[in-house]
Design a protein around this ligand. Sequence first.
Ligand code: ATP
Ligand code: MG
Length: 630
Amino acid sequence: MADDKVDSLLKEGRVYRPSQETVASTYIQDYETAYRESIQNPEAFWGQAAKELDWFTPWNKVLEWNYPWAKWFVGGTCNMAYNCLDRHVKTWRRHKVAVIWVGEKGEERIFTYAELYRQVCRCANALKSLGLRKGDRVTIYLPKIPEQMVAMLACARLGLIHSVVYSGFSAPALESRIQDAESRLVITADVGYDRGKAIHLKPVVDQAVAHCRTVEHVVVVRREQPGVTLSAPKEIDWEDWLRDQPVACEAEPLDSETPLYILYTSGTTGKPKGVVHVHGGYMVGTYLTTKYVFNLKEDDLYFCVADPGWVTGHSYIVYGPLLNGATILTAEGKPDYPNPGRWWDIIAKYGVTVFYTTPTAIRLLMRYGEDWPKKYDLTSLRVLGSVGEPINPEAWEWFHRVTGGKKPIMDTWWQTETGMILVTPLPSVPLKPGSATRPFLGVEADVVDREGKSLPANAGGFAVVKKPWPAMMRTIYKDPDRYQVYWNTIPNCYTAGDVCRKDKDGYFWFMGRADDVIKVAGNRIGTAEVESALVSHPAVAEAAVIGKPHPTVGESIKAFVILKQGHQESPELIQSLKNHVLTELGKIGVPAEIDIVPSLPKTRSGKIMRRVLKAKELGQDAGDISTLED
Ligand code: ATP
Ligand code: MG
């Protein structure tokens, strides 16, 4: 259908080749050969990867594919928490640092693998003491403190299903997630800290659980003195709960397909979906992607800025890195508090080697200028990462430059539903700023039309995956029909809901969300290209574009722009922005209207919510906005 073609306007030609030294140090030095071999026989490839982990009983079949339902490592038994902890505690790694946690006020808590193991066992025994059994759901509504990770791993150890809800959510949003999961237990804290302010969580939980009949207990981590009052026996203090528990607790051998967690998607495009991931396949997928994408080695210090409330936190703070026996750094708070040097300071102070962040954070830091990163010694960095949105080439260049101009940036494309990174560079692969590069080993991703036919180079279409992969979601909780939609929209493909093009080298360029495509005078334009063109103007920090109904051309482009510090709104500036887009993309991409704004509506994970801008612009109802920040 010609109508599905998405036109690409962006002309981005820069290429960064890895140094010989970088290539020589990587696990996968020749991506082309490794990829070809991996997809000739994906089952053999993933089976081999799974053998690097511990199984209580081996699987008898790698994949059982009953379209669109997949089972991986069929007949095998394993346990995610066992592989994250026991596997290491049995070796010298018991003394290795597993987690360095840095609080907003600079406090520090450090856990070796042995200490994390002890905490998790205590917590697992405490969960048992409440009569929780395999398959029960536990909602974890905690700020970014180590107890969050401990609780997740303790649930995994027993085969309980965790549902982590980001602690920025309001009571109704929390309530609907508890109701949907029918959780028996909620784990929370008295407060989280945000830019020096205490955010009180307990009253939010009180309000949320008031109508949740399934919730039997609420466990509270008390950080403040004097502690909030708890009403026994329903409400329990975390310390009291753990204190007398034994420090050993066998990990439950679980069938590979046992659910590990439910996680509600960001809700950028609509109502959040309860995505279900399982122990076996998810473990293999997150293990291998963490290892290869970041080329993780024994002596790395891995810093991921996500919150475990999002999938990036699940897969790439907690599970993937722990499966690899890595040392993880996690920091509470915002990138610009107490000042915009916050993250650079942490990198310099601890000697971070792998730094995984988001385009939205990079654009925020760009606003404050390059003097901030320049103040710090960032030479320890080895590999950088980006996730969450397309990274504008301008933001990519900035990130690359301020970190020394030589560190490879892994622009990782994936989703809550995919569980693991699917399209990404490896450190040995030549990079093009703004492109997520190529599919990960064993992953058959493509760009197709609505019939599922591969599109020629540079034609924009739908990003899809043609074969199952181990960490894929197994269903949408209590809504299998909704799960099937992902596999039934385009024949024989998993439809991601993003538009994309592949260039002549097979590099993927994500162009935005399919729902946000703008139709101007017969052209269909992805939001990312217009936004990237705007962001490449020296005065622009961030931009979002939407389509507005137009009587003659179908839709016209409206842009919302945040200026960098030191720039003022003026008719000349607006004209200069339009001229700039004209040169970058051509006439078709030029916004008819540009509004200068102080902020943009974002999800709590930092993604621009264009549907909210559009609804507001058109005076319509914005739908589910539970994930909207502020
Ligand atoms: P919802 O599905 O509820 O609307 P969401 O899609 O924002 O929310 P996530 O699963 O957190 O929920 O985000 C996945 C989406 O984020 C992808 O589909 C894509 O649109 C975007 N994304 C993530 N990483 C990248 C990347 N590296 N490049 C381009 N887009 C990305
Ligand atoms: Mg999505």
